[in-house]
Design a binder for this molecule. Structure first.
Ligand code: ATP
Length: 599
């Protein structure tokens, strides 16, 4: 319901997305295979060339010369044949070739002169070596060409990039590596037991879910939970992405699914993890490319494979998605992904445990208070919390500090939320700085006075590397739901940046910097009217809902403007100090509010 309010000027702050390591092993292997073939080829070529060069090539001599050598006793060996020529070895070891007179008495003559005579082909040892090496060389060329062409073939397109973990000590997570998410851990503990002892359940005719879907926002630990199930059950873990099965060629995805299940079946028991299953199992009506043949074939193959293994087999398919509502119902039927487990954003207690878990291997100074950090990180996912501590550790390491100090954590906090500070600010005009300062002060003041339960953690006009010209971080209280009044205040707070621009610079000088605020306000107003039924009526046609949203948005904008007009002096003093200091924190804001209200 709530959102972390980071009202930013001149840009949108994107989600913090973790980069999951892809399986590069396969590419690495194929690159190595190419290298191996290249080395083989070159080596064979070099040996061949050397042999061709060094092999004893017989020197041709005239028959008369041969007779003279024979006479002098210089011939020690001869190989006679029916061919036009024959070879002989001279005293120094050199081989010669000469015309064969095909004289039947030649052999006797040679023997009488003490020459060792053999009969056979006239091929020299060098020729033999050369032939063998030629064969090796050409075989290498053939193998290389075959492999190269095979890489391009559709058969190799079937190969699936599976992230596979079978080494228990290195790749596997355990439930202890997951902080919070207690309900989710509870919901999957029987699956671990089933994977360990499938017979225990089949004896009672109990059928374990073949498929489990983890759903929830990005970075909440869905992949981690799947890995931990495999880790606890000591079962091999196969991780793939849903989009790996949606390929350009029809049939490839389905073949990949069959390949994946075959691999898992060969292991006896296994956890198959399909991340972003929506890429494969989206409802047909959802999205522009709904109803594509390849996706349907792959989905059918998945469903067939899931129905194809028996409960004793010890294979569990776990899928993850950020959007359960867009999945095809066929996937969620009994016997398929019939257990759905929510893995949501951590609450205060869970945030404390996640922070403690990731803090444990880092040297933090005592002034870093995990409890208060947990309070400041409402709506942070587990991944964001991990990234926050990691960024802080990087800042401390860069400073060559002994410990990670509060300043590192503060810097990391804003880096995780808004990206790092932009270093070169020389291109920013003074007028732009002023507009940004008044815009952000508008948000801060509205948040401070209209939503007093929330905390304005920081206001800054330092642009961020993610494109925000400035931003105001407003942390809402940890609550289960919010009231109609609170929703309206949030919308006004979002619109207060634009209202402040208009108030101080005139309606013709409002800027594009408010685009993200307007987007968020429109979304909230729509929810207010259609989702939460807080408008004039619970029932709406599309046109009436649209009309009411537009009216409410204009109304709340006017309210925000009047509110700021009433506090124009306070707003100016906040903007003035912001222009001087570039960043203000909660204490600065409290001091400025107290000073003006006391006067
Ligand atoms: P996405 O939806 O983007 O695929 P996800 O929900 O699968 O994300 P993970 O990839 O499992 O999230 O989490 C990323 C990282 O965040 C984990 O490797 C871990 O470091 C940290 N993390 C997330 N949740 C937790 C948690 N409950 N306890 C400890 N660490 C967590």
């Amino acid at each position: 319901m709530y959102n972390v309010y980071i009202n930013c000027f001149f840009g949108v702050i994107g989600d913090v997305r973790l980069n999951k390591g892809g399986n590069v092993m396969k590419r690495f292997l194929s690159a190595n295979a190419i290298k191996a073939y290249a080395v083989l080829l070159v080596t064979a070529g070099i040996i061949f060339a050397a042999c061709m060069k060094t092999a004893e090539r017989p020197e041709a001599v005239a028959y008369t010369e041969f007779l003279q050598m024979l006479e002098k006793g210089h011939v020690i060996e001869a190989t006679l044949s029916d061919g036009a020529q024959f070879t002989f070895k001279a005293l120094g070891g050199a081989y010669h070739i000469t015309d064969n007179p095909r004289n039947p008495s030649l052999k006797e003559e040679l023997l009488l002169k003490g020459v060792s005579v053999s009969e056979g082909s006239s091929t020299s040892a060098g020729d033999v070596a050369g032939s063998v090496l030629s064969a090796v060389f050409f075989c290498s060329v053939l193998v290389f060409v075959y492999k190269a062409s095979n890489r391009q073939s559709p058969k190799s397109a079937m190969a699936l990039n599976v992230q596979e973990s079978t080494d228990q000590s290195r790749h596997f997570a355990r439930f202890n590596d997951i902080a919070g998410n207690e309900e989710a851990k509870d919901s999957v503990s029987d699956i671990v037991d089933f994977l360990k002892n499938p017979e225990k359940y089949s004896r009672f005719g109990a059928r374990m879910p073949r498929g489990v879907i983890f759903y929830g926002p990005p970075g909440t630990g869905k992949t981690l939970m799947a890995k931990a199930i495999a880790g606890e059950a000591e079962a091999p873990f196969y991780a793939v992405g849903g989009s790996d099965f949606v390929q350009m060629y029809v049939g490839v995805g389905a073949a990949r699914i069959r390949e994946l299940f075959q691999k898992a079946k060969n292991d006896g028991k296994a956890v198959i993890f399909i991340d972003e299953i929506d890429a494969l199992g989206k409802k047909r009506s959802v999205g522009a490319q709904g109803g594509n043949d390849e996706r349907e074939q792959a989905l059918n193959a998945l469903l067939t494979e899931m129905s194809g293994f028996s409960s004793e087999e010890g294979i569990v398919v776990i899928a993850a998605t950020n959007r359960l509502d867009i999945l095809d119902e066929a996937l969620l039927r009994p016997g398929r992904f019939d257990r759905q487990v929510e893995i949501g954003l951590p609450d205060l207690q869970a945030r404390k445990s996640i922070l403690r878990l990731h803090q444990s291997n880092k040297p933090f100074s005592e002034e870093v208070d995990i409890d208060s950090l947990a309070k400041q990180t409402v709506f942070f996912s587990g991944a964001m919390l991990e990234s926050l501590l990691n960024e802080a550790a990087i800042f401390a390491a860069k400073r060559l500090a002994e410990k990670i100090e509060l300043e590192d954590v503060n810097k990391a906090y804003y880096t995780v939320l808004a990206g790092s500070e932009k270093k070169d600010r020389s291109g920013i005009l003074e007028l732009e700085r002023r507009i940004t300062a008044f815009h952000e002060s508008g948000h801060a003041l509205a948040a401070k006075l209209l939503c007093p339960a929330s905390t304005v953690a920081k206001i800054t006009i330092i642009p961020s590397s993610r494109g925000a010209g400035g931003f105001c971080v407003n942390i809402p209280p940890d609550k289960m739901f919010c009231t109609k009044k609170e929703l309206k205040c949030q919308i006004m707070m979002n619109l207060a940046g634009r209202a402040s621009e208009e108030l101080f610079f005139g309606s013709e000088n409002i800027t594009t910097g408010a685009s993200n605020d307007i987007e968020k306000s429109v979304a909230l107003v729509k929810d207010y009217v259609t989702k939460y039924g807080m408008g004039e009526s619970l029932m709406h046609t599309e046109a009436s809902a649209h009309e009411e949203c537009a009216r409410l948005l204009d109304e709340l904008y006017e309210c925000a403007k009047s509110f700021l007009t009433c506090h124009k002096e306070l707003l100016s003093s906040i903007a003035k100090e912001l222009l001087e200091k570039e960043s203000l924190n909660e204490d600065d804001l409290n001091r400025l509010v107290a000073a003006v209200t006391a006067a």
